[in-house]
Design a protein around this ligand. Structure first.
Ligand SMILES: Nc1ncnc2c1ncn2[C@@H]1O[C@H](COP(=O)(O)OP(=O)(O)OP(=O)(O)O)[C@@H](O)[C@H]1O
Length: 210
């Protein structure tokens, strides 16, 4: 997969968040979008995910050399972000069955295997609303990491995770990064340390914001 950003800019009301952002993301590489709080990392991820529209410039996607229409790009990606909600009324088992209707799992792993890999075996029949915040974060990450998609977008991936959860995240992102584009929005080194490519969103702030 290839994603091309060409002179991309985003403005909310009269405030430009970033401008003139030209960059290419390629399968097989992992990218960190870096910057302080409020610098525009999540905004850029929502643009790449197609959840938000640019104010100027272009964003294009292609898979195996064929262009993908922007409105179809959601089929190729999995995303976790603090603002995304799980369906709290489902049990864990029901949540996986529901999710797999839209995003089949990588390597044909079974739902039971994914539950085991997430370390949530004891919670398989528990309602998601009764999960702790760390368990919910593992579930969100597990669904994204193990979805069979060429684009993996992770915004603040270790939110609510303890040190054991952070080690779990590092192990499983490493197992699932090959042959994909992985993009992490973060300012915490343990979330993005493995990323060989770094994009500093502040480099694209209008001069008055620097
Ligand atoms: N829907 C919106 N309407 C107006 N302003 C917005 C909107 N969403 C974000 N912003 C503004 O855009 C800027 C960038 O926000 P964004 O959430 O992308 O930053 P971030 O780098 O991800 O921050 P953090 O590290 O705190 O999560 C902030 O000034 C924010 O107030």
């Amino acid at each position: 997969m290839l994603i091309n950003l060409s002179n991309l800019g985003k403005r909310y009301n009269y405030e430009w968040i970033f401008r003139n952002l030209t960059f290419t993301f390629e399968s097989g590489s992992s990218y960190a979008i870096l910057g302080h709080n409020g610098s525009g990392k999540s905004t850029l991820l929502t643009l790449i995910a197609g959840h938000n529209l640019p104010s100027e410039g272009e964003l294009s996607y292609s898979l195996s050399g064929s262009p993908i229409a922007p409105e179809q790009a959601f089929r190729q990606l999995s995303l976790t972000a603090p603002y995304l909600e799980l369906v709290e009324e489902f049990t864990l088992h029901e949540m996986l069955s529901f999710h797999a209707n839209f995003k089949p799992l990588r390597h044909n792993i079974s739902h039971g295997q994914l539950i085991e890999r997430m370390g949530l075996t004891k919670a398989r029949n528990k309602f998601v609303k009764d999960f702790s915040s760390g368990m919910k974060q593992r579930l969100k990450l597990g669904l994204a990491l193990y979805a069979d998609t060429p684009l993996l977008l992770l915004d603040e991936p270790t939110t609510n995770l303890d040190s054991e959860g952070i080690a779990w995240y590092q192990e499983h992102v490493d197992l699932n990064k090959t042959d994909r584009i992985v993009i992490i929005g973060s300012n915490i080194e343990h979330e993005y340390g493995f990323c060989e490519q770094r994009l500093h969103i502040t480099d694209f702030h209008p001069v008055s914001r620097r």
